[in-house]
Design a protein around this ligand. Structure first.
Ligand code: MN
Length: 265
């Protein structure tokens, strides 16, 4: 993971657009990264759809999910998900919360997502469930109170994923690129699992296979290769192609390159 703040901010903006383009995030859902120099803080965009996130949208929060600088913009209501997990898990460097269509049937039916192919092993042996109603009764299902976030973090435990009944899922990683891989592989796995069930006989990977294949999917070569592939698939046009004049130099030249690419077509 890059340690320069600007590089991490750029990478987080790209992670948002990748996860949106690959169908993990839509108008909702969010992804964050722990601050590269201060483990007591994390970086998360302002409240905006992930496909549109630019480096300028990224804000800094304390682990209590309070903005470090007074915000002039709206914030994600569910940011305690991120803060409470960073507080509970010092090994976690990145968090993604989503309502991907691929996993919604499982969290509605209360059926486990289990690794059914080698890359699906990225989710680990078990993805526990958390039901907000068990502890908090009737709510609007958004995780907004610190005690709700802490309860979710307890359910996550040492796992890589927690499934949230009738809501979505939260995925963690020890780096941003690995988190992106895990989130996308998990959705692919859920799609394959559901389709395989309709064919009849199916079985998850063996425990030893999950361990070995999970380690494979976390290799830097795999993570770098998938990041490069998914980055190339992010649309080069759209709202983020026209940046304000105050944008950082790097991003402006990227935007000019996109403009040229557009004209060539
Ligand atoms: Mn949500």
């Amino acid at each position: 993971m890059p340690d320069k703040l600007n590089d991490v901010v750029e990478e987080l903006a790209l992670a948002n657009r990748i996860l949106a383009h690959e169908g993990v995030l839509d108008a909702f859902g969010h992804v964050s990264v722990r601050h590269p120099r201060d483990p007591g803080r994390y970086l998360l965009p302002r409240s905006r759809s992930p496909a549109l996130i630019e480096p300028d949208d990224i804000l800094e929060f304390t682990l209590d999910s309070e903005p470090v600088r007074p915000p002039k913009v709206h914030l994600y209501a569910e940011r305690v998900i991120h803060g409470c997990i960073y507080q509970a898990r010092s090994d976690v460097m990145a968090v993604c919360h989503h309502h991907a269509p691929a996993i919604m049937p499982f969290v509605i039916a209360g059926k486990p997502v289990m690794p059914v192919f080698h890359l699906g092993a990225a989710i680990g042996e078990e993805a526990p469930f958390w039901d907000q109603h068990d502890e908090f009764g009737d709510t609007n299902l958004l995780v907004v109170k610190p005690e709700e976030g802490q309860s979710l973090a307890r359910a996550l435990g040492r796992h890589s994923v927690v499934l949230m009944n009738r809501h979505g899922a939260t995925v963690v990683g020890n780096g941003l690129k690995g988190l992106v891989s895990r989130s996308i592989f998990m959705c692919q796995n859920a799609e394959y699992q559901l389709r395989a069930v309709t064919l009849g006989a199916w079985a998850p990977l063996h425990r030893g296979e999950i361990k070995l294949a999970g380690a494979l999917s976390a290799l830097p070569t795999v993570v770098t290769r998938t990041w490069e592939y998914w980055s190339a698939r992010v649309p080069s046009s759209g709202a983020h192609a026209s940046r304000p004049r105050s944008a950082p130099k790097v991003a402006r030249s990227a935007s000019r390159a996109r403009g040229k690419a557009k004209r060539r077509r």
